[in-house]
Design a protein around this ligand. Structure first.
Ligand SMILES: *Cc1c(COP(=O)(O)O)cnc(C)c1O
Length: 408
């Protein structure tokens, strides 16, 4: 492995086709922010857009804005803007609620599409909320068994109704083959639901090409929608007439302002809406989507691969003892690099104190996310150098770093 210098990284930055996008973001000086996989950075344009929504749409126009500012249509209009980022078509994506709630909605919609089948395949390694919600759906709908995936070959049989998996693993950054897995699940007669939380804005996703049934994801990670930004759900066109929203609220009614006594689902993905949308949060998300509209996901993916490869190469050189938890093959990873370290928590705290922001996940994972829109190659260089310094000098042994904070 040839040593790469900081000057080499500068040269890579000057050739980066996405380099100007960094100016779109407000990043604290002196910080190398490697947590865009957890909370994406703030786009500079967000404050003005939200201020407009507050002062003009709300303050001046008041309730008229449900019509004039498009508030009523926000779940669909925002969903249609998200669609190209995940390979969905118009009318297939609805923005709203949280990922957790959307998992409940799509799982409860998927299971009845396979009557007689009683097994949900889930992944014990998945982000806990996905598993918790699967437990909740199984209880609510009754008589469903949850089976851990282990290997997909062993998990699939004639009893499986639906499979929920993360496309990119939140701990290791490992990327599943969406086409192959979806095809295998379909061959077993089951419905495929993908969690795209660590995919959208980080890797190229083509839900239509993979023939995916349902998907969900959040927008506050790589998509920079802001803390608690509306999540989204995807329902393939072919399922939209048969799939039902278990939380059948008035925003998903066929004629919401007829105030009919009984529920009738709206056509299309709109039926998955439930109640009044958090308009201010949609405003922030749409500000970020103004940037994403201009971005070529193939370039984003290419830069993501280059950044993560550079980080792995540098750490290999500086600290060959560190145990990489992420696949070395770039085709098999998302936009994150993780290392296992028994003292990962204090190491991360020591790094944050020195301006390199990553995070820690149980049981021993140090995570570093690489958001291609605003990270530079020099940032990767500095992060690797600081990591090596913290380990070489055992700076993490400081008493201050041992105490766990509420949010790790
Ligand atoms: C981030 C993430 C979530 C978050 O769920 P919320 O309902 O937004 O809190 C869920 N699943 C996965 C796989 C995630 O990475």
């Amino acid at each position: 492995m040839v040593a790469i210098s900081r000057a080499d990284c500068y040269a890579l930055d000057t050739e980066d086709p996405l380099r100007d996008l960094r100016d779109e973001f407000s990043l604290p000086s002196g910080t190398t922010y490697l947590l865009g996989n957890s909370l994406g950075a703030l786009p500079r344009r967000t404050a003005a857009k939200v201020a407009h929504t507050v002062e003009t749409e709300w303050g001046r126009d008041l309730g008229a804005s449900w019509n004039t500012a498009g508030w009523w249509d926000l779940p669909q209009s925002t969903g249609d803007r998200l669609a190209p980022l995940i390979g969905a078509g118009p009318g297939e994506v609805l923005a709203g609620d949280s990922t957790s709630t959307n998992i409940f909605k799509v799982m409860a919609a998927a299971l009845p599409l396979r009557p007689g089948r009683r097994v949900i395949v889930s992944d014990l390694e998945n982000f806990p909320t996905d598993r918790y919600v699967v437990e909740g759906v199984a209880k609510a709908l009754g008589a469903y068994e949850i089976r851990d995936i282990g290997s997909l070959d062993e998990a699939l049989d004639d009893d499986v109704a639906a499979v929920l998996l993360s496309h990119v693993d939140y701990r290791t950054g490992a990327l599943r083959d969406m086409d192959a897995v979806t095809a295998q699940v379909h061959a077993a007669g089951a419905i495929m639901i993908w969690d795209l939380c660590h995919s959208a804005g980080a890797v190229t996703v083509d839900l239509r090409a993979a023939d995916v049934d349902f998907a969900i994801g959040c927008t506050y990670k790589y998509l920079n929608g802001g803390p608690g930004a509306p999540a989204y759900l995807y329902v393939a066109d072919r399922h939209q007439d048969a799939a039902h929203n278990v939380i059948s609220g008035w925003h998903g009614h066929a004629a919401p302002f007829a105030f009919e006594p009984n529920y009738r689902p709206a056509d299309g993905v709109r039926r998955f809406a439930t109640g009044s949308p958090p308009v201010l949060a949609y405003s922030a998300l749409n500000a970020s989507l103004d940037i994403w509209d201009t971005v070529d996901m193939a370039q984003v993916r290419a830069k993501s691969v280059a950044l993560t490869t550079l980080f792995i190469d540098l750490v290999d050189e500086l600290r060959p003892d560190l145990v990489l938890a992420t696949p070395r093959d770039p085709a098999q990873r998302g936009s994150q690099v993780s290392y296992r370290h028994a003292d990962g928590y204090p190491v991360i705290r020591a790094l944050i104190d020195r301006g390199v922001v990553g995070d820690y996940r149980e049981p021993d994972i140090m995570r570093f996310g690489f958001a291609p829109l605003y990270l530079r190659y020099v940032d990767v260089y500095d992060a690797a150098a600081t990591l090596a310094e913290v380990l070489d000098k055992e700076l993490w042994r400081d008493e201050r770093y041992q105490q766990r904070l509420a949010v790790t």
